[in-house]
Design a protein around this ligand. Structure first.
Ligand SMILES: *Cc1c(COP(=O)(O)O)cnc(C)c1O
Length: 370
């Protein structure tokens, strides 16, 4: 048996006809950039995530960058982000000229440790970007409270959390702005690059729309400085088709996670912790295990493919040397980086495949624990 880390082909096969129809609509209208399909997708996705406005862009990174630009965050400002996240969260801050300020994460959820945020706030701090990592919402009530106390803006990095819920409410509409990625491997993935900005604030939505299109509302009249951050027509049409299935796919991911949990609980593996008030959408199913490297290679030999999210924390990356951090500065993040392993996870993963993965983990543990 072969178990890929993700399998985009099986899902595509199941919706192929609809995708062809959607692509044809775009071709017939030659609506290659933005256009009607993108506009409808903006409305449908915003409604799904319980936000008022959606502004579709060409990646999750662009969504974060434009959000920060809308708030006029830049040189001299500081933005708080978790130490354990994908590099894009930090890069978006850096490219405005502002400084990302890292906060360590909690061992159980691996999300930002809300008890360590206040000590990082200075008079330069302008915003907090909580990341709903692996598909599990960060503790938004506490973050919102801190933000109100210090007059900071909250931008959610919901790039891994489409459809996730915090205390019964959808992520991406809990902060001032929510950012999503439609990178193909995400829970809602385009067939290319894509992203979206969600907000209930009409003025921010308007400004985001302008910034994604060179700062203009009217062609060749540029009111503010912007970039090319527009979504392609094909991606909007594809995402509209796929959005209809998102809840079904999330249910399948959650079912797969439960199956893994059941089998792994008897082994020396730490399974993902889900807060009782959260609906985790398992973009990634991340376990913790000693001898992670050996296990990953062992599984690879059995044609079981896994990932590490992320092997090197931001503060120890070459590109972030300028933060002036050292090893030991974010102990929880560093400890996790050495122990985490993302097991195969996608909606179409079968019970047999999950059992096969777990059997091999068990076999590895019995061989290497002796
Ligand atoms: C994927 C991702 C991004 C960036 O999205 P892209 O569409 O790849 O630019 C940002 N933050 C997090 C947490 C992500 O997982």
């Amino acid at each position: 048996m072969k178990v890929p880390f993700v399998d985009l082909k099986v899902q595509y096969q199941s919706i192929k006809e609809e995708i062809f129809e959607a692509l044809n609509k775009v071709l017939d209208n030659t609506a290659f950039i933005l256009g009607k399909e993108v506009q409808l997708f903006e409305e449908e996705f915003a409604e799904y995530q319980e936000a008022k406005y959606g502004v579709a862009v060409n990646s999750g990174t662009t969504a974060l960058l434009i959000s920060l630009l809308c708030l006029e965050i830049g040189r001299g400002d500081e933005v708080i982000i978790p130490a354990n996240t994908f590099i894009a969260t930090a890069e978006a801050v850096s490219f405005t000229g502002a400084k990302p300020v890292l906060v360590d994460v909690k061992e159980n959820t691996m999300n930002i440790d809300v008890n360590k945020i206040e000590e990082k706030i200075t008079d330069k701090t302008k915003a907090i970007i909580p990341v709903h990592l692996y598909g599990q919402p960060a503790d938004m009530d506490v973050i919102t409270e801190i933000a109100q106390k210090y007059k900071l803006v909250v931008i959610e990095d919901a790039c891994q959390a489409h459809g996730a819920e915090y205390k019964g409410k959808k992520t991406g509409s809990l902060g001032k702005i929510g950012c999503f990625s439609f990178y193909p491997g995400k829970n809602l993935g385009a067939y290319g690059e894509g992203g979206i900005i969600l907000t209930d604030d009409k003025d921010i939505a308007k400004k985001a729309r302008m910034i994604r299109d060179h700062g203009s509302e009217k062609k060749y009249y540029h009111n503010i400085k912007g970039i090319n951050g527009r979504m392609e027509g094909f991606q909007g049409a594809i995402l509209r088709v796929k959005l209809k299935y998102l809840d079904e796919w999330i249910d399948a991911r959650r079912k797969n996670a439960r199956r893994y949990n059941e089998i792994l609980k008897s082994l020396d593996v730490i399974t993902p912790y889900e807060e009782s008030f959260n609906k985790h959408v398992y973009h990634l199913y991340v376990v913790r295990i000693k001898k992670r490297e050996q296990l990953q290679n062992y599984l690879k030999d059995k044609e079981i493919f896994t990932g590490i999210h992320y092997p090197i924390p931001i503060h120890l990356q070459e590109s972030y040397k300028d933060l002036g951090c050292d090893e030991g500065d974010f102990p929880v993040t560093e400890m996790l980086a050495d122990e985490i392993l993302s097991l195969p996870m996608y909606p179409e993963l079968s019970d047999e495949q999950i059992e096969y993965v777990c059997e091999n983990i068990k076999e590895f543990l019995s061989k290497y624990e002796a």
